[in-house]
Write a protein that binds this ligand. Structure first.
Ligand code: 5GP
Ligand code: ZN
Length: 113
């Protein structure tokens, strides 16, 4: 999608701090980190949010979880704990409409309602 900022990051038309990449997935540091570790894990393919996951592409979510596990271990937050969040549509707090998983950790996180 030409006007999507995360597609531009995938195509390296916009700078980002990439921490992981393979043929299907990219992970980069959030520009406005909420905790010491705040990484966004995204599919390279433009999917709007979790509502775009279907029978044909559901294996991508498993792959994203493997990447999240790997990054959590690499960043040293696996044992202490971390949070994965994906926001969907306006009331879910989604701002960027390219599917992404927030990997947040590195400190005790506050619970939210
Ligand atoms: P959402 O609310 O859509 O789940 O979160 C979007 C996230 O993308 C926010 O945490 C925001 O800080 C991050 N973000 C927005 N624009 C950019 C950008 O250009 N680069 C990076 N690295 N992160 C961004
Ligand atoms: Zn996109």
């Amino acid at each position: 999608m030409s006007d999507c900022i995360f597609c531009k990051i995938v195509k390296r038309e916009m700078p980002s701090q990439i921490v992981y990449e393979d043929d299907r997935v990219m992970a980069f540091n959030d520009i406005n980190p909420l905790a010491p570790v705040h990484i966004l894990v995204i599919p390279k393919e433009h999917l709007t949010n979790v509502l775009d996951i279907n029978e044909n592409n559901a294996d991508l979510i498993g792959h994203i979880h493997l990447v999240i596990n790997r990054l959590a271990r690499e960043k040293g937050i696996a044992e202490k704990g971390f949070r994965i969040v994906t926001n969907c549509n306006p009331e879910g707090g989604q701002v960027v409409y390219h599917l992404h998983y927030h990997l947040i950790g590195g400190e005790k996180l506050k619970n939210f309602a």
